[in-house]
Design a protein. Structure first.
Length: 121
């Protein structure tokens, strides 16, 4: 049995993105946990768990993506309505650069027979 790549995205990649955004908002932009959570669509408890590394530890974002999140956090800090657009932009970069493939291969090995995405080859 396999899971869809979108499920991998929901379980591993989006939490990693939220974690990095939470760190940026709280540490760099000095937002409260509650404000950061409201921007990200999560609770302040979830923000706390991201910052204390109790959540989203199975996938580490590449440095190139962390830099993109840093750029996006500046945009979002100025205009919170840009959050969804910026998160989708980050997800699109991850898909185009095929960073998700490694996560999928690790947590969803049965998908190899259906997917020709590198690095499976």
């Amino acid at each position: 049995m396999y899971v869809l790549p979108q499920e991998i995205e929901v379980w591993y990649i989006i939490p990693a993105i939220r974690k990095e955004f939470a760190k940026q908002f709280v540490k760099e932009h000095k937002l409260s946990y509650e404000k950061a959570g409201n921007i990200l669509g999560i609770s302040k408890a979830a923000v706390s768990q991201y910052i204390s590394n109790k959540r989203a530890n199975k996938f580490t974002l590449p440095e190139t993506i962390k830099k993109e999140i840093q750029k996006s956090s500046k945009v979002i800090a100025k205009d919170h309505k840009q959050a969804v657009f910026e998160i989708l932009r980050i997800l699109d970069i991850i898909k185009k650069k095929k960073y998700a493939c490694g996560v999928c291969r690790r947590y969803n090995p049965e998908i190899k027979q259906y997917c020709d995405c590198n690095p499976f080859c």
